[in-house]
Design a protein around this ligand. Structure first.
Ligand code: B1M
Length: 234
């Protein structure tokens, strides 16, 4: 009997214990427990953004470190990603609920060859929460898809995400294509993803590298404010 696993009642845990338990549950890809934990923290008055960053993103960081170190493998990481998405699904409408005025329009997608989408989805959620209209192109996007969407949607901002050192150079291909077409300066170009940095953003000709989703929102707001001021000045 002593070996029998004791069932953990999430609702009986303190906030701190529950956050740590959610890190474990995310690690183990336990989707239903992540949904339950997310709802419990919201019920205790946590801001959606706090649940996102402390319980979900915090847990995913551990998954990422162990994936890097060869402790976890693709199938486990996929399960963790699936559990993370289930939590994000609950938070999405709440993050978007701020009722902010329309700030501008962004086309966003993960670049060609890359199927990582959790970070991009987070950026989308946070941008929508801040009042931006976002057209999400999903994963594995060639330059033509970005360009077609930018034109069709009459977007202000292009956002590109890449999580692999092998796919991040493709961002330059997209920007160079825009330059060749003479339309580069029609858009603010923001890039992000774990392997990027500010230097890389500058080197490929993006307007800004965004470390995380919150920085993406602030940067986009800054650029839109500048654009509106320029328009007002004639
Ligand atoms: Co992959 N993977 N993966 N993976 N994976 C990484 C990226 C890796 C760093 C893991 C590691 O080795 N430590 C490594 C890349 C190494 C490298 O390039 N140097 C890696 C690898 C190698 C691979 C495969 C090649 C593995 C294989 O098959 N052998 C393969 C590649 C497939 C492909 O894309 N062609 C692969 C596959 C996968 C899964 C499918 C299993 C899964 C993806 C599931 C999914 O996304 N639906 C997966 C995952 C989950 C990861 C890790 C563990 C987590 C990524 C994540 O979601 N992070 C990752 C390890 C890591 O990053 N430490 C890893 C959480 C997310 C919130 O953060 O995406 O950084 P992030 O987004 C942040 C910021 O970067 C920024 O804001 C976000 C929110 O704050 N941001 C933007 C991101 N995009 C932005 C765009 C913007 C602005 C900001 O635009 C304006």
């Amino acid at each position: 009997m002593a070996d029998e696993e004791q069932e953990i009642i999430l609702n009986e845990l303190s906030d701190e214990e529950l956050t740590l338990q959610m890190h474990d549950d995310l690690y183990d890809g336990m989707k239903e427990e992540i949904e339950e934990g997310t709802n419990i923290l919201l019920g205790r008055g946590w801001e959606p953004y706090r649940v996102l960053t402390e319980a979900l993103v915090g847990g995913m960081k551990i998954v990422g470190d162990d994936f890097r170190d060869g402790i976890l493998f693709v199938p486990e990481v996929l399960l963790a990603a699936n559990a993370m998405k289930a939590g994000m699904f609950i938070l999405k409408p709440l993050l978007a609920e701020t009722g902010a005025p329309r700030m501008g329009k962004m086309v966003i997608g993960t670049v060609k060859g890359d199927i990582h989408d959790i970070g991009k989805n987070l950026v989308t959620m946070m941008m929508e929460g801040a009042g931006f209209e976002v057209v999400d192109l999903g994963i594995n996007n060639p330059a033509e898809d970005y360009i077609a969407a930018l034109k069709k949607e009459d977007a202000d901002i292009l956002g590109m995400s890449a999580l692999l050192t092998t796919t991040m150079p493709y961002m330059k291909v997209v920007i160079d294509t825009l330059i060749e077409m003479g339309i580069r300066d029609d858009y603010v170009i923001l890039v992000g993803g774990a392997p990027l940095n500010e230097e890389f953003g500058k080197a490929i000709g993006a307007d800004a590298y965004c470390r995380d989703a919150a920085v993406a929102v602030e940067t986009a707001k800054d650029y839109m404010a500048r654009k509106h001021n320029q328009m007002a000045a004639g």
